[in-house]
Design a protein around this ligand. Structure first.
Ligand code: S3P
Length: 177
């Protein structure tokens, strides 16, 4: 199989799709945010609050790097993971990457109820949330677009996972054939 990275903005479904895909492909699964929390002993919100974003980015990068010898697996990154340090180069050179693309309007709807736990959008009004998503997404778009494949994420999780599995099977069979 391969090492598979799922990339995309908060709320695009990376973690849920990742779990579903890993089960389908019988691969192990790692969520970078969860790994940061396990390794540091703090929640993501606590890390931002106590130590600031730049410290979080160091921990995030180190969590990604720590997986370098872990073999084939499905890895769900955090929304900002590919945009900091040398992370996108690590991702592109060590596996197959999928950008799960979702429009700002749909992301805003999905993220409304989880604003409190997410440091970058905490306390924003509905309009501020949409504006923040639009501006951050436009800054990140050129990095997300560097992924090997872009997948439409505005569908049920199982459909997104099925499409990724299909793309992978095709790519790997072409490689063998
Ligand atoms: C972030 C996304 C979050 C988490 C942190 C920062 C970002 O992960 O890593 O709050 O910069 O977009 P999810 O995309 O898994 O929510």
């Amino acid at each position: 199989m391969a090492r598979i990275y799922l990339i995309g903005f908060m709320g695009c479904g990376k973690s849920e799709v990742g779990r579903c895909l890993a089960e389908k492909l019988q691969l192990s699964f790692c969520d970078i945010d969860e790994r940061v929390e396990q390794r540091s002993g703090f929640t993501i919100a606590e890390i931002f609050e106590k130590f600031g974003e730049s410290e979080f980015r160091k921990l995030e990068s180190s969590a990604l790097f720590s997986l370098r010898n872990s073999g084939d697996m499905v890895i769900s990154t955090g929304g900002g993971t590919p945009c900091h340090h040398d992370n996108m180069n690590i991702i592109k050179s060590s596996g197959i990457s999928f950008y799960i693309e979702v429009s700002p309007e749909v992301l805003a709807k999905r993220l409304k109820s989880s604003r409190i736990e997410r440091p970058l959008i905490k306390g924003l009004s509905d309009q501020e949330l949409l504006d923040a998503i639009e501006s951050r997404l436009s800054r990140r778009d050129s990095i997300y677009q560097q992924c090997h494949y872009t997948i439409n994420g505005e569908r049920p999780i199982t459909e997104v996972a099925d499409e990724i599995a299909g793309v992978l099977n095709k790519a790997l069979s072409e490689e063998i054939g």
